[in-house]
Ligand binder design. Sequence first.
Ligand code: SF4
Length: 332
Amino acid sequence: MMPLVSVRDLKRHYDIRLTGGLFGRRAKLKAVDGVSFDLKMGETLGLVGESGCGKSTTAKLVLGLIPATSGTVSFDGSAVTAAHDAQWRHMRRRMQMIYQDPLGALDRRLPVSAQIGEPIAVHEPHVPADEREARVGEIMTSVGLRADQAASYPHELSGGQRQRVVIARALALQPDFIVCDEPVSALDVSIQAQVLNLLEDLKERNGFTSLFISHDLKVVRQMSDRVAVMYLGMIVEEGPPEDVFHAPMHPYTQALVSAIPTPSRRGKRERIVLEGDPPNPVNKPSGCPFHPRCPSAMSECREFQPMLASHGSRKVACHLRPAPSAGLIAAE
Ligand code: SF4
């Protein structure tokens, strides 16, 4: 079956000036540097990695919100990266995004019903106002908002309710593909589980395909059918969550997984503390970009960049031909 979303060697590089003045020192910021993946219909791919690793830039590139330096994105067989305005507009209504900060994503001056109904008004102008209102009411109910909240303004709602409004707006056109960019990281911990359960429930009912972005491995494990771990603009490991989190192969994934708190002594594991500076996409290291921090680095790692290669159920970018670190995370 043809994937709904197909991403090949996607790059987004920025020329930046490190020092001031006309002749200031320049550098290349490689925010996304050769990302490839496929998303089958109905599947959720979790994209995980530290802040600044290129997850959100990848999301914007996939949706065509920013231009790529090179590489391709296709959606249902059509090239997003080469689409002209009318094509992109048609595709755009089938692709939606749920943002991290619900208050920033909403217009403070409009009642929530107008904001949920806005995509319908824009993309389906022939729909009469009363029918649009009825659809908005149904969507509000489906995301757990009350009918009497339709006239509320964003500042009158709680953080969790605002995120439900953002989700409702994303669902208004019954999209095939939704990008969730850190959808619960701005919410109180007590509310996060409710919103995650709602997203799982909506996906079950509506069957959409999604790209789920988070820095939180536990959240990604709960929400994803497959997981891709990003480091400095590249995917370093990809596979089923149970394999990636129970027996990570890439040394970076092993370090990330070792930092997840274990609930019991039975699952106690040794934390791998990475040496060196946190990732900086400006002037990336040569060879394997992880080599300055990798506990297993070899001389060839400084020179040659490893390609993402298949190892059983997953893909790994490492010269070690890595063996999985079995039992690194306890079964819960
Ligand atoms: Fe470490 Fe080398 Fe593998 Fe990179 S290629 S993760 S430096 S062992």
